[in-house]
Design a protein around this ligand. Structure first.
Ligand code: FES
Length: 77
């Protein structure tokens, strides 16, 4: 989904910039992708995507139920 229409930047691009470790703030994303550099109407939405990606980075990895069944079949019965 497009977040920044002026620059044609999607939520996926913003999320990947954060998840690959090259951005940790709105300023970083603005510098790297140009988000919010024209009308500024996307800044709030871009920041929400960034915050969600940062939360995803900081969240401990929880095994999905299907993966748990594959790796621990005896425990899931
Ligand atoms: S929509 Fe992002 S700068 Fe205009």
């Amino acid at each position: 989904m497009y977040i920044c229409l002026c620059k044609g930047i999607t939520d996926t691009q913003i999320r990947e910039t954060v998840l690959n470790g090259s951005a940790t703030s709105l300023g970083d994303v603005q510098n790297q992708l140009g988000v919010g550099s024209q009308c500024g109407g996307c800044v709030e939405s871009a920041d929400q995507v960034i915050q969600l990606a940062l939360a995803q980075l900081n969240k401990p990895h929880v095994m999905e139920p299907m993966a748990a069944k594959l790796f621990y079949p005896l425990l899931s019965t």
